[in-house]
Design a binder for this molecule. Structure first.
Ligand code: BDR
Ligand code: CA
Length: 310
């Protein structure tokens, strides 16, 4: 089985992305690691425990990671996914025995060292845990099989600030460390904001999804309700972000267009801190560290979501 670690800040789109990962019969999810981002870790613990119960996958260990950015200075949460990250709809209590004591950064290294060259790392939140894991073990990247990431933006327009995408904006220093020091054997496949936006769901697709009527889909529908309502009112399509990184990891043919380049991040700048920098024209003379997704194959991508939510 393919061994997978998911580093996440669940988050409504994280939820759907994780459900997609859990639905792969040939995947063994070694761990889900939590990092502050969409909401605080204390909410994430409830979110992920509820999600694992709904999916009947409570055997998967969960590790809590960083409560804040590396520099400790970012204000978390946009409220976009509700205060609790899952649309503020659930209050029921849930068994949390899958949440372990070990810190996420340590668990990532322990698992990767247990299965050298075998682990796929999927990051769908800010990169604090992975940066910390690199500081503990500079060889982490070369010990991974591969890495898939949702983060960054390639054309300068952000969603957290005018210039920066949320996951990179939350912790630019960590994104910098991961992009420049993970040094994976194959480039990190990165789903930037722009390609995810192309893949946002039309409302007829979203409505068909919500007719599936499975426990999993009822769950995502409930946590999505607020965001979906706001998007509809604004005349926007339904968001998908983290789902794109997971889809690329599941099946490379869901990626229709991509290119390899050296990608880094702006750490200063009056407006541009956190903005992703793509060296399109090799001016920095660095080897490519990322395979950047330009566009998903929408049909295959949507089919994967449907199959996973059944
Ligand atoms: C990213 O930010 C978060 O709100 C989403 O979960 C996703 O990981 C998109 O910019
Ligand atoms: Ca996320």
């Amino acid at each position: 089985k393919r061994k997978v670690i998911i580093d996440t800040d669940p988050g409504t789109d994280d939820a759907r992305a994780i459900i997609m990962a859990l639905a792969q019969p040939d995947w063994e999810i070694l761990a889900i690691t939590l990092v502050a981002g969409n909401c605080k870790i204390k909410h994430q613990v409830d979110n992920i425990a509820r999600l694992l119960h709904i999916c009947e996958r409570t055997e998967i260990p969960v590790y809590k990671g960083s409560e804040c950015s590396l520099l400790g200075n970012h204000d978390l949460q946009t409220g976009y996914h509700g205060v609790d990250g899952f649309g503020d709809v659930f209050t029921y209590d849930v068994d949390k025995s899958m949440v372990k004591e070990e810190n996420a950064a340590i668990a990532i290294n322990d698992l990767v060292q247990k299965y050298p060259g075998e682990v796929t790392l999927i990051t769908i939140g800010p990169l604090t845990n992975v940066a910390m894991a690199i500081r503990l073990n500079p060889s982490l990247g070369s010990q991974l099989k591969d890495c898939f990431m949702m983060g960054g933006n390639i054309h300068g327009r952000g969603n957290r600030t005018t210039s920066a995408e949320f996951n990179f904006a939350c912790d630019p220093e960590s994104a910098y460390i991961v992009l420049n020091e993970l040094k994976t054997t194959s480039p990190i496949t990165i789903a930037p904001l722009e390609s995810c936006r192309i893949s946002h769901l039309n409302w007829d697709v979203y409505e068909r999804l919500n007719k599936i009527g499975s426990k999993k889909n009822n769950f995502t529908q409930q946590i999505d309700a607020y965001t979906a309502g706001e998007r509809r009112k604004a005349g926007e399509r339904m968001i998908v972000y983290d789902e794109c990184a997971v889809a690329a990891a599941i099946d490379v043919s869901t990626v229709e267009d991509s290119f390899e380049a050296y990608v880094t991040i702006e750490l200063t700048g009056q407006y541009t801190r956190g903005q992703c920098i793509v060296d399109y024209d090799k001016m920095l003379e660095k080897p490519p560290n990322c395979k950047v997704i330009v566009k998903m194959n929408q049909e295959k991508f949507e089919e994967l979501i449907f199959q996973s939510l059944k």
